[in-house]
Design a protein around this ligand. Structure first.
Ligand code: NAD
Length: 521
């Protein structure tokens, strides 16, 4: 079940018959120096449609030698056409163009993303791709607003000022849950600041990045600025994190691999690191919350993207006064949405990413049952009853709620990354905060109450990089995102992301001070 590199002859373009009737065309090669090339060792990678279990085809799978080629292309571009040899407005123009191209190709890209990842096509189009176009536009707008500061020293003698300079070549390793979204969060700020990129998509979802690479040429990015190399984490990921000519690595994925990334970055050339890792995010609902709204947001919080979201609100704490009214409404909300065909505009929940991941989630569900939590709804694989479209072979999981959950249960302590919610009751505000913070993670959190003072107190007391008050899971390109505790290091999105892709140079400027020699007391 693990994804492996194979060797087979593949054509330069993969043609996929979409359920919409279109033929989707994706280049299969590694994208290095604005060209699609086969991998040095002829390795290939198969990608599967999670909704049906059917193969979508093969693309090139890189080895460490391909990483060297991509890094060298990126370094050359950084020293010649990009970095200090490009103007901010020139970089902005490319990013604005790429944003428009994403919008122009939104339907095609959404079909590709849905087939490769399993997410509903309409969500890919209206959220993933629309937000990613917005992300490129946001950083295009920031490209010529990256500013240092002047620091007064002594009038008539000395002045100091700072410049923000690009880091150089950035390795970017992204996960499969938002293949286009995570590409945007990483690529847009890095390019705006003048860096060159070697991007490794997740092996489960190699397709959309290849099509975007093709569009990046149309957007005017010079050769070598943006390189995409599909491949396996232990091979290509390790080659990136240990590379001596990569200046920074940005990683999104599991906490276990995040630790490895940081270790290898430190042991090689001490490259800079940003990490966006896992979570076990709490949602705390107080007695005075707007009941129906809290139910809707809590359901969205755990079920959005099939629960495969690093901020998934997977631990729900409901105050005792509202609990008995809240739980049946939440169960009803879990029953109400449509599961199945990702190409139907009625579908909210598609399949999990792989059969292996589906099994992992089902194992967690079994652990919840055996460790004494009470199953309220769901609890197993979902299969299509109408037999249409081969969805009975897809990797679906029933939306699942456990109540009576306690610390020590695996479903409470570990990130499941699926549509599985652990619910518990609490009495006081202090207890709610303590339960919310009782985790090694600190990515997201939700607070529901109509008492503004309580919302402010609790939002301040919760240890998380993002706290949503009376809403959940919705992010904005303009607002920084990242983790407290074991959920990560650094911030993506907003102006903060520019800081992660630049380094400060301080310049001390003497325009009047003289030095006499030799120095004496
Ligand atoms: P993962 O961490 O293994 O994979 C994420 C990315 O890291 C992929 O591109 C992968 O190829 C790469 N990678 C794997 N090994 C690597 C290595 N040695 N060096 C560098 N990069 C490497 O995650 P996964 O196995 O796909 O999923 C496992 C769990 O990770 C999930 O169940 C979930 O808990 C978590 N996860 C979190 C996020 C997130 O957005 N924070 C995303 C995906 C997965």
């Amino acid at each position: 079940l693990a994804i492996e590199s194979t060797k087979m002859t593949i054509s330069d373009t993969l043609e996929i018959a979409s359920p919409s009737g279109k033929t989707l065309r994706v280049p299969t090669g590694l994208f290095i120096n604005n060209k699609f090339v086969p991998s040095v060792d002829g390795g290939t990678l198969e990608t599967i449609n999670p909704a049906t279990g059917a193969s979508l085809g093969h693309v090139s799978c890189a080895s460490a030698s391909d990483v060297d080629l991509a890094v060298s292309a990126a370094r050359t571009a950084f020293n010649t056409t990009w970095g200090r040899n490009s103007s901010p407005s020139q970089r902005a123009a490319c990013l604005f163009k790429l944003a428009s191209l994403l919008e122009e190709h939104a339907v095609e890209l959404s079909e590709l993303e849905s087939l490769d990842n399993g997410k509903p096509r309409w969500i890919a189009e209206t959220m993933d791709i629309a937000d990613t176009a917005g992300c490129f536009r946001y950083y295009a707008g920031l490209a010529d607003k990256i500013e240092g500061k002047t620091i007064e020293q002594k009038e008539g003698e000395k002045l100091a000022f700072t410049k923000l300079e690009p880091l150089g070549v950035c390795g970017q390793i992204i996960p499969w849950n938002y293949p286009i979204g995570m590409l945007g969060w990483k690529v847009a700020p890095a390019l705006a600041a003048g860096n060159c990129i070697v991007l490794k998509p997740a092996e489960q979802t190699p397709l959309s990045a290849l099509r975007i690479a093709e569009l990046s040429v149309e957007a005017g990015l010079p050769a070598g600025v943006f390189n995409v190399i599909n491949g396996l984490g232990p091979v290509v990921g390790d080659a990136i994190t240990g590379h001596m000519d990569i200046d920074k690595v940005a990683f999104t994925g599991s906490t276990a691999i995040g630790k490895r990334v940081m270790e290898r970055a430190a042991r090689s050339n001490l490259k800079k690191v940003t990490l966006e890792l896992g979570g076990k995010s709490p949602v705390v609902v107080f007695d005075d919350a707007d009941l129906d709204q809290a139910v809707n947001w809590a359901a969205l919080g755990i079920l959005f993207n099939q629960g495969q979201d690093c901020t998934a609100g997977s631990r729900l704490f409901v105050q005792e006064g509202i609990y008995d009214k809240f739980l049946p409404k939440l169960v009803a909300a879990f029953k109400a949405h449509a599961i199945g065909d990702p190409f139907s505009d009625q579908t909210f929940q598609g399949p999990q990413i792989t059969q292996r991941h589906q099994q992992r989630i089902l194992d967690y569900i079994e652990s919840g049952k055996s460790e004494g939590a009470k199953l309220e709804i769901g609890g197993g694989p979902w299969s299509a009853s109408d037999g249409k479209g081969d969805f009975d072979k897809g990797f679906f999981v029933q939306p699942t709620i456990f109540s009576g959950c306690k610390k020590g249960m695996k479903i409470v302590d570990e990130e499941i990354f699926g549509p599985v919610l652990a619910v518990a009751k609490f009495k006081t505000e202090e207890e709610g905060i303590a339960l919310a913070n009782d985790t090694s993670y600190g990515l997201g959190a939700g607070v529901f109450s109509t008492n503004a003072s309580r919302c402010m107190r609790v939002a301040s007391a919760i240890q998380a990089g993002t706290v949503w008050v009376n809403n959940y899971v919705v992010v904005s390109n303009a607002v920084p995102f990242g983790g407290f505790k074991a959920s990560g290091i650094g911030r993506e999105l907003g102006v903060d992301a520019i800081k992660e892709y630049t380094q400060v140079k301080s310049i001390h400027w003497n325009y009047g001070e003289t030095l006499d020699w030799p120095l004496t007391g």
